[in-house]
Design a protein around this ligand. Structure first.
Ligand code: FCB
Length: 454
C-alpha cells in the first residue's frame, strides 16, 4: 500500500447545481427557466422527469449542509438559479430569490465550508430564451447584470466565483445536438451561442472583481480529451477534429489564442459558419481572454476516435474500448483523461491555478437491508482519478482543490433520475439522505489529506 499525501492547503469539496437539486421551481417568485420548459415538453427527458421537486434542497438545505459538515467537506460548489434572482431576466431583482443564497452562504460559512458559486449552470430565464437565447448578443448584457447583482450581494463573503459551467454543453449540447435545453439542432446558432457564452464570461469577470475585490474568478469547461485508436493518420485526424470541436474551440479563446484556425476553416466549408466569424466584434477576443485566477476542470471520461468522421456525427463517432469498464452513463473509466488534461492545461495553456470542479461516476447501488450502500465501484473510480491528480501535482501542476460530482443523487438532465452520481443516496419518495460508503471513504481522505492506494 502507498500513501499519497496532498498539499497542505488542498481543498476537498463537493458540487451540485441549482436546477438539479433545488426543486421549488415556481416558489417565492422564481419564473420558469428554459430547462423547466424543456423538461415539461413531452419526449425531452426520460419519462418526462423534471427538476420540479428534485431533492427539495430549497427547503432542506440546512439538513444538507449539516450532512456536508459531518463528512468534513471543506468547500461546496453550487450554482444560483438565474430565474430565481432575476425572474424576467431584466433588472427586476427578486429579493426572496437572492435571500435564499444569502442564507445558504451564511449557513455554509458558519459551518466552516467555503462556498464556490457558479453563476450559470444552464438555467436561462425563459423570457430571455423567448428573445432568442444565447445565440442573441443581447443575452450577454443580461448575464453581466446577473453577475453584478449576485456579486454585489454575496461578494463580501464569497471569494470563489465560476462564471459558466461547461460552455460546450450550453452551446453545442443545447443548440447543435439538441439533447439539452433549448433543444435546437442548428450549427450556426450553436457557434453564436458559444461566442456569447465566452464573451459574457469575459465581461463578467471584471464586474465580479470590482464588487468583490478579494475574489478569485474562473470558469469550468468540460474536458473529454480525444485519443486516436491507432497511429494511423485518419485516426489522429479524427482525434484532432474532436479536440477542435470540444476543447480548443472554447479553451483557445479563453487563453488568448483566438478561435482555432483549422476549425474556423472547417466550419466555414461545412456552412456551420455561413457568414464566417461575423458575430465577433472588435474587442471581443481580448475580453474573452481576460486573465483568470483559476480554471475549473470538469472531467469524467475520454473519447477514442478512429477513421473518417463527418462533422455532423462527431459526437457519436467514438469507438468503445472492449477492455475498459464503463459507468452507467456509458462513460469509460479512464483516469488518465484527468491526469492528461491537468498537464495540458498547465504546460500548454499555462493555467496559473486549477481546481477539479467536477469528477464523478454514475452507479445505481442502493441501500441493502441494513441501509448500507456499498458503492465500491465509485470508491475505485475516485481512487484512480485522484491518483492522477496527485501525480500531476508532483509534476508541478498547480491543482488547488478537487470537487466530487456530486454531493447527492440528483436530476441528471435528459437522463432524469435514472443516473445516481451522489456520494449521498437520495430516496426520492421520502427525500431521505443516506451517505454511501464512498461518502465515508471521502471523509477519511479529507481528514488525513491523503489517498491510500494499493
Ligand atoms: C456535467 C454537468 C453536471 C452533471 C454531470 C454528470 O456535464 O456539469 O451538471 O450533469 O455532468
Amino acid at each position: 500500500m502507498s500513501i499519497l499525501k496532498f498539499p497542505e492547503n488542498f481543498i476537498w469539496g463537493v458540487a451540485t447545481s441549482a436546477y438539479q437539486i433545488e426543486g421549488a421551481w415556481n416558489e417565492d417568485g422564481r419564473s420558469p427557466s428554459h430547462w423547466d420548459t424543456f423538461a415539461h415538453t413531452p419526449g425531452k427527458t426520460r419519462n418526462g422527469e423534471s427538476g420540479d421537486v428534485a431533492c427539495d434542497h430549497y427547503h432542506r438545505w440546512p439538513e444538507d449542509i449539516a450532512l456536508m459538515a459531518s463528512l468534513g467537506i471543506q468547500a461546496y460548489r453550487f450554482s444560483v438559479s438565474w430565474p430565481r434572482i432575476l425572474p424576467t431576466g431584466g433588472s427586476q431583482v427578486n429579493q426572496k430569490g437572492l435571500d435564499f443564497y444569502d442564507k445558504l452562504v451564511d449557513g455554509l460559512l458558519e459551518k466552516g465550508i467555503r462556498p464556490f458559486i457558479t453563476l450559470y449552470h444552464w438555467e436561462l430565464p425563459q423570457t430571455l430564451q423567448d428573445l432568442g437565447g444565447w445565440p442573441e448578443r443581447e443575452v450577454v448584457d443580461h448575464f453581466v447584470a446577473l453577475a453584478d447583482v449576485v456579486s454585489r450581494r454575496l461578494g463580501d463573503r464569497v471569494k470563489d466565483w465560476i462564471t459558466h459551467n461547461e460552455p460546450w454543453c450550453t452551446s453545442m449540447l443545447g443548440h447543435q445536438i439538441g439533447q439539452h435545453a433549448p433543444g435546437w439542432q442548428d450549427w450556426p446558432a450553436a457557434l453564436k451561442a458559444a461566442h456569447h457564452v465566452l464573451l459574457s464570461h469575459g465581461l463578467a469577470v471584471p464586474v465580479i472583481r470590482a464588487n468583490a475585490p478579494q475574489a478569485e474568478v474562473g470558469i469550468a469547461p468540460n474536458y473529454e480529451p480525444a485519443y486516436p485508436l491507432t497511429r494511423a493518420p485518419e485516426d489522429v485526424e479524427a482525434a484532432r477534429l474532436w479536440d477542435g470541436y470540444f476543447i480548443r474551440w472554447f479553451n483557445d479563446p479563453l487563453f488568448g489564442l483566438h478561435y482555432p484556425a483549422d476549425m474556423v476553416a472547417l466550419y466555414e466549408t461545412k456552412k456551420c459558419l455561413p457568414h464566417g466569424l461575423d458575430f465577433v466584434q472588435a474587442g471581443d477576443m481580448e475580453a474573452i481572454a481576460v486573465p483568470l485566477d483559476f480554471i475549473g476542470v470538469n472531467n469524467y471520461t475520454r473519447q477514442i476516435m478512429s477513421g473518417q468522421i463527418s462533422l455532423n456525427h462527431v459526437q457519436t463517432a467514438a469507438s468503445p474500448n472492449p477492455n475498459a469498464s464503463y459507468t452507467e452513463m456509458d462513460w469509460e473509466v479512464y483516469p488518465n483523461s484527468l491526469y492528461d488534461t491537468l498537464n495540458r492545461l498547465h504546460f500548454h495553456y499555462h493555467a496559473p491555478k486549477i481546481y477539479v470542479t467536477e469528477n464523478g461516476c454514475s452507479y445505481s447501488d442502493g441501500p441493502d437491508g441494513n441501509g448500507r450502500i456499498a458503492d465500491q465501484r465509485r470508491v475505485d473510480y475516485f481512487q484512480g482519478y485522484l491518483a492522477g491528480v496527485h501525480q500531476a501535482i508532483g509534476n508541478g501542476v498547480p491543482v488547488a482543490g478537487y470537487f466530487i460530482w456530486s454531493f447527492m443523487d440528483n436530476f441528471e438532465w435528459a437522463r432524469g433520475y435514472s443516473q445516481r452520481f451522489g456520494i449521498v443516496y437520495v430516496d426520492y419518495q421520502t427525500q431521505q439522505r443516506l451517505p454511501k460508503d464512498s461518502a465515508y471513504w471521502y471523509k477519511d481522505v479529507i481528514k488525513h489529506n491523503r489517498l491510500k492506494t494499493n
